[in-house]
Design a protein around this ligand. Structure first.
Ligand SMILES: C[S@@+](CC[C@H](N)C(=O)[O-])C[C@H]1O[C@@H](n2cnc3c(N)ncnc32)[C@H](O)[C@@H]1O
Length: 253
């Protein structure tokens, strides 16, 4: 059974996948691995280490641009997303790019893969900010990763929660508590959630990772690159000069 957050987000991403791909598809590339709006590129960052010949899972893959890059680098890849419409875009890009990614529709809280199936798992802003039960996700990642396997994921930097999601000057003044875990929720006229994003503080993420039995081995807070002018939602050069926008965690099973 899907949680109400997962149900809401499946609905939202199905309804917004087309616009999302129009707006961000060119920046993401068809077969490129971009970790975040700051443009950290796996080809240069190497956070996953050697991928050739490895079995890799991409979680909350959207149109699977990252997974497609992994295929071009010789990885054996599976990818999943909760949104059917995002996965339709993945299939469209497979045809355009001539590189196919096997995808499945699934919720990150219950993974349809056997134990010890993967050497690596990764997620670029996929699933983790949207789930009600992150413990279940870490438990599942620990289950499907082989001993010694690596899990790397990016999320909005927790400090962003305290600031308005605005790329302009308004987004530079904190107006709510960093410690307020009340999820950001949009609802329809009947009060049913239609989009839910959950906040975890930096301490929450570290505790979740530790409690799951994974070992935190790295945390990257990318700085806004000189000359990078692209605005993505609340990410902008202006805010990037003052605040971190993304946190990328590396864990070992
Ligand atoms: C911001 S997109 C990131 C996808 C891709 N990495 C990108 O940069 O476009 C977030 C993705 O997470 C997916 N998602 C949200 N909740 C999920 C869940 N519970 N299980 C699996 N995927 C989920 C959404 O459908 C969406 O495709």
């Amino acid at each position: 059974m899907l949680s109400s957050s997962s149900r809401a987000n499946r609905w939202w991403w199905d309804g917004n996948a087309d616009d999302y791909q129009v707006e961000h598809g060119e920046f993401l590339g068809d077969a490129a691995f971009t970790w975040c709006p700051e443009g950290v590129d796996e080809a240069a960052a190497g956070l996953l280490g050697e991928v050739a010949g490895r079995e890799v899972l991409e979680m909350g893959c959207g149109a699977a641009q990252c997974a497609r890059w992994l295929v071009t680098r010789g990885a054996r890849v599976a990818a999943f997303d909760i949104s059917h419409r995002q996965l339709r875009h993945s299939q469209r890009i497979d045809l355009d790019a001539g590189v196919s990614v096997p995808v499945v529709q699934a919720d990150a809280e219950v993974l349809p893969f056997r134990d010890d199936a993967f050497d690596l798992a990764c997620s670029a802003f996929g699933a983790l900010p949207f789930v009600a039960d992150p413990q279940a996700v870490f438990r599942e990642v620990g289950r499907v990763l082989r001993p010694g396997g690596r899990f790397v994921f990016s999320v909005s930097h927790p400090i962003r929660w305290a600031f308005p999601d605005d790329p302009g000057p308004r987004g530079l003044t904190a107006d709510r508590s960093y410690f307020d875990r009340t999820p950001y929720t949009e609802r329809d006229e009947r009060g049913t959630p239609t989009y839910v994003e959950h906040h975890r503080t930096m301490g929450d993420w570290v505790s979740l990772i530790a409690a799951s039995g994974l070992r935190l081995t790295g945390l990257l807070e990318p700085e806004w690159p000189e000359g990078h002018e692209r605005v993505w939602g609340g990410w902008s050069p202006l805010r990037g000069r003052h605040l971190p926008g993304t946190a990328i965690f590396t864990c070992q099973n």
